[in-house]
Write a protein that binds this ligand. Structure first.
Ligand code: NAG
Ligand code: NAG
Length: 392
């Protein structure tokens, strides 16, 4: 009997070790994504930006256009780029010939040296005040994808569009997630496109707005990923300890309600402003630092949402720099992790000077990994204990 137990323990041990190796425990670098917006008159040139991203070990970035200067500077670097088709181009690119010409001018000349991995067709088109944009969205996506197929590039570059969370009519509890009736028509064509091309749904999600709009009812710790009692979805029984994951799961449910089950949801933008106007409650350096630091440690731990715990949630933080030329309230110009001169806007555990960055990001990663390891070690010993007690 004792031998049987020890054989079982041995099998468990092997399973445990293979879990560790499959999940990259011990591997220091995890893909961090960041939005590289350029609405500023004081931003550093792309060479400096590339050096900054490399020093931070950031390997995924999104730009809001197809700036040739950025695309050529990022050649032969380790950064994957998502580029954007500007909203005002959608009508023209609905024509397949125009789309083929656009890909030939803005994409193919930079391949393969520049790693372009995605094309965002417009930004927040479905909730744009200009409603004429929406009817061109899916035709433009189909044309661009068709051009990529024709050029043999479709398996390297996916096509999608970032949506605002305002496409949802309901987002709480997550299982009640449903799209607004006004976007149903285009949304169903859009989901059909994503499903047939196996592309991700991108959502721009800012728990900050929920807090700012209703600070009396929304817990700051819940939106900042701080320890808090959390909430339980009464229909799924899933527990949420932060709002971002609840918002993502609400999107997954809304997609499922329209009949599409297997589409991956990724966060194309999330962030927290470090400064705001008097009426922008919560927009402080302290909160921005906590939000981004907590988000990053969850990213380094490869977390998924409660609904899809085994699928790492892909997140692009907004944004790399404070952008002084953005219109709107003060918060809009203060989402950056960095000041335009490359110094940190606040400390999220990654820093701009190359040697410090490497060590601090690695130590952050190590901390997360140690916690995960301890957790699985605990689970492992619980199994061992249960197994042994079975035979007694
Ligand atoms: C990238 O590397 C390739 C191969 O080493 C080289 O031929 C090419 O000129 C490089 N491109 C740029 C823009 O540096
Ligand atoms: C939100 O907070 C206000 C003020 O505390 C309260 O009167 C109201 O009932 C709350 N609303 C919800 C939906 O909880």
């Amino acid at each position: 009997m004792a031998m049987l137990i020890s054989v079982r323990i041995c099998i468990l041990h092997v399973l445990f070790l293979s879990y560790l190796s499959c999940h990259g425990i011990g591997r220091g670098v995890v893909a961090l994504g960041i939005n590289y917006g350029q609405v500023g008159n004081n931003l550093p040139p792309p060479e400096k930006v590339l050096a900054l991203l490399s020093s931070l070990q950031v390997t995924k970035a999104r730009i809001y256009d197809t700036n040739p200067n950025v695309l050529s500077t990022f050649a032969n670097s380790s950064v994957d780029l998502v580029v954007t088709v500007e909203n005002n181009m959608l009508a023209r690119l609905a024509d397949p010939q125009e789309a083929l010409r656009w890909v030939g001018t803005h994409i193919t000349p930079y391949l393969p040296a520049t790693r372009i991995s995605g094309i965002a067709v417009g930004n927040e088109v479905l909730t744009d005040p200009d409603q004429s944009l929406a009817c061109n969205l899916v035709p433009a996506m189909r044309s661009i994808h068709g051009a990529l197929v024709q050029l043999g590039l479709d398996s390297y570059i996916h096509v999608s569009t970032p949506n605002s969370l305002a496409v949802l009519a309901e987002s709480y509890p997550p299982s009640a997630g449903v799209f607004k009736a006004a976007v149903y028509g285009v949304m169903s064509q859009f989901l059909e496109f994503l499903s047939t091309t196996r592309s991700p749904f991108w959502i721009n999600a800012y728990p900050y707005y929920a807090y700012k709009d209703d600070p009396a009812n929304v817990s700051l710790d819940y939106v900042l990923f701080n320890p808090n009692p959390g909430t339980v979805d009464p229909y799924t029984n899933l527990k949420y300890d932060n709002m971002l994951y609840a918002q993502v799961d609400a999107v997954i449910f809304a997609i499922a309600r329209m009949g599409y089950g297997g589409i991956e949801v990724r966060v194309s933008e999330t962030g927290w402003p470090s400064k705001g106007d008097a009426d922008e409650l919560g927009a402080t350096i302290e909160n921005a630092e906590i939000y981004n630091k907590n988000l990053m440690s969850r990213q380094l731990g490869n977390q998924g949402t409660p609904l899809r715990p085994n699928q790492r949630l892909d997140v692009f933080v907004f944004a790399l720099f404070n952008e002084d030329m953005k219109p709107g309230p003060t918060s809009e110009r203060n989402y950056g992790l960095f000041q335009p001169d490359g110094t940190m806007a606040y400390n999220v555990g990654i820093s701009g000077s190359s040697s410090a960055a490497t060590s601090s990001i690695t130590s952050l990663a190590t901390k997360v990994i140690t916690r995960t390891e301890e957790f699985w070690s605990l689970i492992y010993w619980m199994f061992v204990f249960l197994l042994s007690s079975n035979f007694n």
